[in-house]
Ligand binder design. Structure first.
Ligand SMILES: Nc1ncnc2c1ncn2[C@@H]1O[C@H](COP(=O)(O)OP(=O)(O)O)[C@@H](O)[C@H]1O
Ligand SMILES: [Mg+2]
Length: 262
C-alpha cells in the first residue's frame, strides 16, 4: 500500500486567469501513511479543496511535489493515477440518465481497455460496493432522482469499486444525516486504505482521524493527533470561535462544545 507525500507545494489560481486573486497555497506539506486516515480541516476558503486537488493530479503545483510512494504523480498518466487514487468530490457529477449501477460501474473504467465490456469481476465489485454503502435495491434507480445523501453514497460506492490504494474525500459527510455520516466514516475507516479527507465537522474529524492537518489562508498551520491539534487556542485563532474541549466520555478523543452565547 502506497503512501502520499505532498512536499512544499505552491499553487495559485493565477494560472487559471484570475490575476487579481490573492489566494495561494504556500509551502504546503502533508503525509498520509499507508492505511492512515488523515483529516484536513480549515475555514471556508482556506484551501482545502485546492490542496486535495494537488493530491489527485488535478491542480498542478507551481513548485513542490506530489508523490504516491516514490512516483511523482505529474510524471505519471492520469490513467495511472485513476488506477490508484479514488476521489469523492463535493459536487456530484452530471449523470443524466445513468442508473446507480452504471455510475458505480464507472469506477472500473481506469482498469479496463477502451473497448472492454464489464467482466464478472467488474460486476461483482460494483455489486459489493453498492451493498457496502447500504444501497442494495437502488441499482436501477436513476442517479438524478436520488437524494443528496444517496448520491453521496453512490459516489463513494464508485470510489470503492475503483479499488484504490488512496482515497481522497472532499467534505464527504456534508449531505448526510447523522446516521450516514457515522456509517460513511466507519466504512472508510474499516477499508484500511490511506485516506485524506477534508471534514467540516470537527467532532467527526476528532472521532475518526488518526491525524489532522489544519490549513488557513493556504498554509498548513498545525498538524498532529486530534488531541494535539484541537485546542481552544487553535479554534479561536484559526476558526474565530470559542469552544470548550474535553474528552469524549466513552472513547477518549477530544470533544468540542461550542460556546454559543456570550
Ligand atoms: N480554479 C480557481 N479559480 C479561482 N479561484 C480559485 C480556484 N480554486 C480555488 N480558488 C480560490 O481559492 C480559495 C481557496 O478555495 P478552496 O480551496 O476551495 O477552499 P476550501 O475548500 O477550504 O473552502 C478560495 O478563495 C477560492 O475562491
Ligand atoms: Mg472546499
Amino acid at each position: 500500500m502506497p503512501s502520499l507525500n505532498l512536499t512544499n507545494l505552491t499553487w495559485s489560481p493565477l494560472g487559471h486567469g484570475h490575476c487579481h486573486h490573492q489566494f495561494q497555497l504556500r509551502n504546503a506539506s502533508l503525509h498520509v501513511a499507508a492505511g492512515e486516515f488523515v483529516g484536513l480541516i480549515g475555514p471556508n476558503g482556506s484551501g482545502k479543496t485546492s490542496l486535495l486537488r494537488c493530491a489527485w493530479r488535478f491542480n498542478k503545483p507551481e513548485s513542490g511535489e506530489a508523490r504516491l510512494d516514490h512516483h511523482n504523480i505529474w510524471k505519471q498518466s492520469s490513467r495511472w493515477c485513476a488506477q490508484r487514487i479514488a476521489v469523492v468530490l463535493q459536487e456530484f457529477p452530471d449523470a443524466f440518465g445513468l442508473t446507480v449501477s452504471e455510475v458505480v460501474a464507472m469506477g472500473r473504467t481506469p482498469h479496463k481497455g477502451l473497448f472492454d465490456g464489464d467482466t464478472v469481476e467488474d460486476r461483482n465489485l460494483a455489486t459489493k460496493a453498492i451493498e457496502s454503502v447500504g444501497l442494495k435495491g437502488f441499482e436501477d434507480h436513476a442517479f438524478s432522482t436520488l437524494s443528496g445523501g444517496e448520491k453521496q453514497r453512490v459516489i463513494l460506492a464508485r470510489a470503492l469499486a475503483q479499488q484504490p490504494q488512496l482515497l481522497i474525500l472532499d467534505e464527504p459527510t456534508n449531505h448526510l444525516d447523522p446516521r450516514y455520516q457515522l456509517e460513511l466514516l466507519r466504512l472508510v475507516k474499516r477499508l484500511k486504505i490511506g485516506t485524506l479527507a477534508s471534514i467540516h465537522d470537527l467532532n467527526l474529524a476528532a472521532a475518526f482521524c488518526d491525524r489532522l492537518y489544519v490549513i488557513n489562508h493556504g498554509r498548513i498551520v498545525a498538524s498532529g493527533a486530534p488531541k494535539e491539534v484541537l485546542t481552544a487556542a487553535l479554534l479561536r485563532n484559526v476558526f474565530g470561535v470559542e469552544a470548550l474541549i474535553d474528552e469524549h466520555p466513552l472513547h477518549g478523543y477530544p470533544r468540542i462544545t461550542w460556546i454559543t452565547r456570550s
